[in-house]
Design a protein around this ligand. Sequence first.
Ligand SMILES: O=C(O)[C@@H](O)C(=O)COP(=O)(O)O
Ligand SMILES: [Zn+2]
Length: 209
Amino acid sequence: MSEAALRDEIARLAKSLFDRGYSVGSAANISVRLDDGYLITPTNSCLGFLDPERISRLDRDGNHVGGDKPSKEVFLHRAFYETRAEAGAVVHLHSTYATALSCLADTDPEDCVPPLTPYVVMRVGRVPLVRYFRPGDARGGDLIRALDGRHAAVLLANHGPVVSGKDLTSAVYAAEELEETAKLLVILRGQPVRMLDAAQVAELKATFG
Ligand SMILES: O=C(O)[C@@H](O)C(=O)COP(=O)(O)O
Ligand SMILES: [Zn+2]
């Protein structure tokens, strides 16, 4: 896909997320990997109203080389690209239920989104919690880098999800699936819930990888 087409695609999918309530105001950011750098949404921009031509462009080293001033969360995005060769896009949201899980004291930090349904296993996998740093603090990126690319998604404590995918559509779909599963987990709190067992999770991983 050309850079111009990718810019249009970021704006189109960002608006779709915004229109369906996955982001509000100027929260959230989205990036895509290019052959020679990255595109990332500008800081303080609203996902519902992006101008494709103003989306920020970074070179391979993360220097700002075009468009508006980039998201202050560029560290989080680059940490995924640097540790997951297969990552082509990253989506960070403050979607309500995933963020709720990131705030609950009894969320398992090793497995924030336990395997309730097959699709979350197939699309997202195990999601660890990354301890709290203020937004824009590069140490958040260091903690993601320390995971060595083992996870496609993380929850930032008291903040929200960061989800990578092989391309933008995959990253957006995974972020949506994470949010819907988080919603089920919050709705079902206090109920006796049957999770998928280890053998069922292993079968999904072996089949859908
Ligand atoms: O929560 C925050 O402040 C950021 O993580 C965020 O979601 C929006 O930051 P920008 O992309 O710099 O607007
Ligand atoms: Zn944020």
